[in-house]
Design a protein around this ligand. Structure first.
Ligand code: ASP
Ligand code: MG
Length: 400
């Protein structure tokens, strides 16, 4: 069997944990499997790099940021190879450049475009454990890129797809995917299984266990994932196409404080306005989330939407730049102390009243809703950030 195993930062945070991971990988290797291991940077090292950068330059060039980021993952794989060597098992560490893990040039948010598997296959053939840096890539011009924070999951899934792996295991510091963040919601419970679509929504909405692109990719290439703890041997959560219904309407509640609201007030009420607004933002690689357009009155309308906090300044600057020309409007308002709270579940497709039940829970908790957006399997509300934990608990208690 060919197994791809990915370990997050907490799983390789110190010497003891590095050896713990080394032993788990060696166990699979000794059973005769080919083992490819993707690692994240140790502990919070990536955050340390961010503060180092910001201390030197509050607005570091994105290319240089990626150049800096890559050392975190490189440290992990090299140390892991040394740990395995000391345990008498041959291993080789490879970074994205050595593998040739190609991406677009969107620094900080690059997309994988192709992986050269030859080197990896050769190393596996010579019976080495192959350790690969997560999160990073190289573009056509040989610049380092990164896939976005948390991107090592995506590296692992992409490798599993490219190598036609038999298993792809994502190791983390919790037992799997939970109905809500167990650190904040005492009643949260672990799910045995979850569909790609539900996981994709939960991941995008702040569940924090998997990088959303990794789930997208797993669905596209039909890579079954197991999310489990590196600290114990419990079963984990299987992420796959279809799962047996467990009789609950929803699979989880997620929240995300990394969000900000922008309101563009007094736009002309004419065809093409929304197109221009969001086209400008898309050209700057700014992802837009909940969108709300008011009813037009007196020839004008308002459009409000949410973006990630990090993108707020650039989004506003982009709009301001076009205000005099293609985007005439009265003013641009922003609000940063907001959070998204979402419920996700395939069960809501066939059960009316799920959204109402969520709104009731928020009403009972005295929490005001600022924006709402829905899909077939999801309801998201935007609320004051200070009420996030209270809202998640209230909603979770209502459904579970
Ligand atoms: N080390 C990177 C981060 O902290 C990538 C990852 O952990 O997946 O975002
Ligand atoms: Mg992660």
């Amino acid at each position: 069997m060919l197994i791809v195993k990915k370990f997050g930062g907490t799983s390789v945070a110190d010497k003891e944990r590095i050896f713990n991971v080394a032993r788990r990988c060696i166990e699979d290797y000794k059973k005769g499997n080919d083992v490819v291991v993707v690692l994240s940077a140790m502990g919070k090292f990536t955050d340390v790099l961010v503060s180092q950068a910001k201390d030197i330059n509050p607005n570091p060039p994105k290319r240089e940021m990626d150049m800096l980021y890559t050392i975190g993952e490189q440290q992990s794989v090299a140390l892991m190879a040394m740990a395995m060597d000391s345990l008498g098992v041959p291993a080789v560490s490879l970074n994205a450049f050595q593998v040739k893990m190609y991406t677009t040039s969107a620094y900080g948010n690059a997309r994988l475009t192709g992986i050269d598997t030859e080197r990896i296959k050769n190393e596996l053939e010579s019976r080495k454990i192959v350790l690969i840096t997560g999160f990073q890539g190289v573009d056509k011009m040989d610049n380092y890129t990164t896939l976005g924070r948390g991107g090592s999951d995506t590296t692992a899934v992409a490798l599993a797809a490219a190598l036609h792996a038999d298993e792809c295991e994502i190791y983390t510091d919790v037992d799997g995917v939970f109905t809500a963040d167990p650190r904040h919601v005492p009643g949260a419970r672990k799910l045995d299984e979850i569909t790609y679509d539900e996981m994709l929504d939960l991941a995008s909405l702040g569940a924090g266990v998997l990088h959303n692109r990794s789930v997208e990719m797993a669905k596209r290439y039909n890579v079954q994932l197991v999310v489990r703890s590196s600290l114990n041997f419990s079963e984990g959560t299987v992420v796959k196409e279809a799962v047996k219904m467990e009789g609950t309407l929803i699979s989880g509640v997620a929240s995300d404080k990394n969000t900000a609201r922008i309101a563009v007030i007094g736009l002309e009420d004419q065809p093409g306005v929304a197109f221009k607004l969001f086209d400008h933002l898309a050209r700057h690689n700014i992802n837009v989330d909940i969108i709300l357009q008011s009813v037009g009155r007196g020839g004008t309308k308002d459009i409000s939407f949410t973006v990630a906090k990090d993108d707020l300044a650039e989004a506003v600057a982009t709009i301001e730049r076009h205000r005099e020309t293609s985007l005439r409007c009265e003013k641009v308002d922003t609000e940063e102390n907001v959070a998204k709270v979402s419920i996700v579940g395939a069960g809501m497709m066939s059960n009316p009243g799920v959204a109402a039940k969520m709104f009731e829970a928020l009403y009972d908790a005295g929490i005001n809703i600022k924006m709402i957006s829905t899909s077939e399997i999801r309801v998201t509300v935007l609320i004051d950030a200070q009420h996030t934990e209270k809202a998640v608990n209230a909603v979770h208690n209502k459904f579970f």
